[in-house]
Design a binder for this molecule. Structure first.
Ligand code: NAG
Ligand code: NAG
Ligand code: NAG
Ligand code: NAG
Ligand code: NAG
Ligand code: NAG
Ligand code: NAG
Length: 283
């Protein structure tokens, strides 16, 4: 299986960049990854924050199919609340809406008394805070999510990861960072690492970041790839402001249209199901 595998025969066999894919709707529930309610509660009688937060959450519900939505509630009060939602760059508006609605429910249930909260799904992120965080890079809280299945030739794979993969993802990060502020900062990359094995890479920043900040955020995430994914068949580094993902597929297992693979809802589903994944927290 690994006889074609030579990490030093650069460039990598094939490389293509599939940006801004949009695919047909696919009925599936959003996949919840993680929720962080920050340890700063507001007092039970802080009705101002509570009502601003309620108003914020309901405005997310009514703008749930918007790819990127950022808003402030109570800007003229003593306790304003700032919020942001962002869907994965390649999903339908319908799936985006389902995800943001699920995220609103999740935060309402899990973090009802927290001033600062954040939830990540496979398809979207939703966060709010009493701090104005728009246009600032936040890399905490963060988590890594890795596929626990080992690759067959770990040493070679790790060399590939440490060199070529990081270079390729960095290049992709540079490209998506260069789009205008406010435009979707999302890109995917397919890297054939042998005749039988392909890696699908994904990078995304929230669109409020400047190009420089997006690139910086992604670089910090990419640096953690060896920590996350050495010897593993994929993984993710997830920050509030940006995230990256690597998915490895054996060619024999995939359908004809490989370009759909990464974007297709089934991919991550199948990937999560097939192999145990767990979350490791850093810091
Ligand atoms: C990667 O390999 C697959 C299967 O051999 C092929 O269909 C695909 O076109 C290759 N990708 C690129 C970017 O060349
Ligand atoms: C915050 O966390 C610390 C330790 O984790 C705990 O002792 C403290 O009570 C928490 N404070 C609030 C407001 O939840
Ligand atoms: C809010 O409640 C806290 C105790 O829970 C109390 O100390 C504080 O005075 C109250 N503030 C107001 C404005 O009622
Ligand atoms: C804040 O502004 C909104 C809209 O301008 C207004 O409806 C609301 O009454 C104001 N709230 C306060 C506390 O001034
Ligand atoms: C947010 O709330 C926390 C906890 O009450 C407080 O310590 C912090 O100063 C607030 N931040 C801002 C920007 O108001
Ligand atoms: C995966 O690789 C690690 C070290 O590289 C090893 O400790 C572990 O036992 C391997 N797991 C399996 C299931 O082979
Ligand atoms: C890859 O990088 C990690 C962290 O920098 C290091 O621990 C590991 O030994 C490297 N592996 C290879 C095969 O170069």
């Amino acid at each position: 299986m690994t006889s074609f595998f030579n990490p030093f025969s650069l460039p990598i066999l094939f490389l293509s960049i599939l940006t801004f894919l949009s695919l047909t709707a696919h009925a599936a529930d959003p996949v919840h990854l993680n929720t962080a309610c920050e340890n700063t509660t507001f007092s039970a009688n802080n009705s101002i924050y509570q009502s601003n937060l309620n108003s914020l959450l309901s405005s997310f519900s009514s703008n749930a199919n918007v790819d990127f939505y950022a808003t402030t509630k109570g800007g003229n009060t003593s306790d304003p609340v700032y919020g942001l939602s962002n869907c994965r760059g390649d999903i339908t508006r319908q799936l985006c809406r389902e995800c943001v609605e699920a995220a609103v429910t999740e935060l309402t249930n899990r973090c009802s008394r927290q001033k600062v909260a954040l939830t990540w799904y496979d398809e979207c992120i939703l966060r709010y805070s009493n701090r104005s965080f728009l246009t600032t890079v936040d890399e905490r809280p963060m988590f890594g999510l890795l596929n626990t299945q080992n690759v067959t030739d770990q040493d070679k794979f790790n060399q590939l990861l440490n060199t070529s993969m990081i270079a390729l993802m960095t290049e992709l990060a540079r490209e998506i960072s260069n789009v205008p502020t406010g435009a979707k900062k999302f890109g995917t990359q397919q890297v054939n690492i042998s005749a039988f094995q392909t890696l699908y890479n994904l990078v995304q920043c929230t669109p409020d970041l400047s190009g420089t900040d997006c690139y910086g955020c992604l670089q910090d995430a990419i640096k953690l790839l060896p920590w996350c994914c050495s010897g593993k068949q994929g993984g993710r580094i997830v920050f509030p402001s940006c995230n990256i993902r690597v998915v490895k597929q054996e060619m024999v297992n995939i359908g004809k249209d490989v370009t759909e693979l990464l974007s297709h809802q089934e991919t991550s589903k199948a990937w999560e199901k097939k192999s145990k994944s767990y979350i490791i927290f850093k810091d």
